[in-house]
Design a protein around this ligand. Structure first.
Ligand SMILES: Cc1cc2nc3c(=O)[nH]c(=O)nc-3n(C[C@H](O)[C@H](O)[C@H](O)COP(=O)(O)O)c2cc1C
Length: 188
């Protein structure tokens, strides 16, 4: 079984997290390890009809953000990497500085030190120079900075179509096919 850590921090974009967790539930070879910040709990309340418990139920392993001694705090716990979706600018700053004062930040720090894949669905608009500097630092360390940007070339008709598109882009990093992801096909 392959494990993927999913972090939810306090930025806008919880419907994307739900899309990723649901898609991974359909993958028999993958297990998800979920950790949610206090800010993440707030955005869950704000952006979805699902309760915290319903979102946690979509994951295989659920970790308390305060439990800095949990399995995912150690590089010896084998994972394929981590996706932080959505990723706030505060969490971006924490990772960029190595300031691992909660389990989500520590797990990201571990993924970087072990040279595993770290995808940050970093969300704020507009970005200030501090945000951009921190994201550059992380990109230079190998993290994939993937703001949930809108795309129109796939002809989305609904918000769900847009959510599916970014969900597909995230899963693509880990080689996971998402059946609702429409790839660019100029020949069609
Ligand atoms: C409804 C809501 C939406 C927010 N959206 C964003 C956002 O898109 N990007 C961001 O950087 N911060 C956003 N914030 C602010 C962060 O949640 C706040 O900075 C928090 O301290 C982040 O902490 P965390 O990264 O540990 O979750 C939002 C806050 C709320 C309540």
């Amino acid at each position: 079984m392959k494990r993927l850590i999913i972090g939810i921090s306090g930025a806008s974009g919880v419907p994307i997290t739900i899309g990723v967790l649901k898609a991974l539930k359909e993958q028999p070879d993958w297990r998800t390890c979920l950790v949610i910040s206090k800010g993440g709990e707030k955005t869950i309340e704000q952006e979805t009809d699902l309760s915290l418990e319903e979102i946690q139920a979509l994951a295989d392993e659920v970790y308390d953000i305060k439990n800095i001694g949990a399995a995912i705090a150690s590089g010896t716990y084998k994972t394929e990497g981590m996706v932080i979706v959505p990723c706030s600018m505060k969490t971006v700053a924490g990772i960029a500085c190595g300031y691992s004062d909660n389990l989500l930040l520590r797990a990201a720090d571990v993924v970087l030190k072990e040279r595993r894949k770290l995808v940050l669905v970093a969300r704020e608009t507009p970005f200030n120079t501090i945000h951009l500097r921190n994201m550059l630092t992380l990109s230079q360390m190998g993290a994939i900075i993937m703001p949930p940007m809108q795309t129109y070339y796939n002809l989305p008709e609904t918000v769900q179509d847009m959510t599916d598109h970014i969900t597909g882009k995230i899963l693509d990093v880990f080689g996971i096919e998402f059946h609702r992801f429409r790839r660019w096909n100029p020949g069609k």
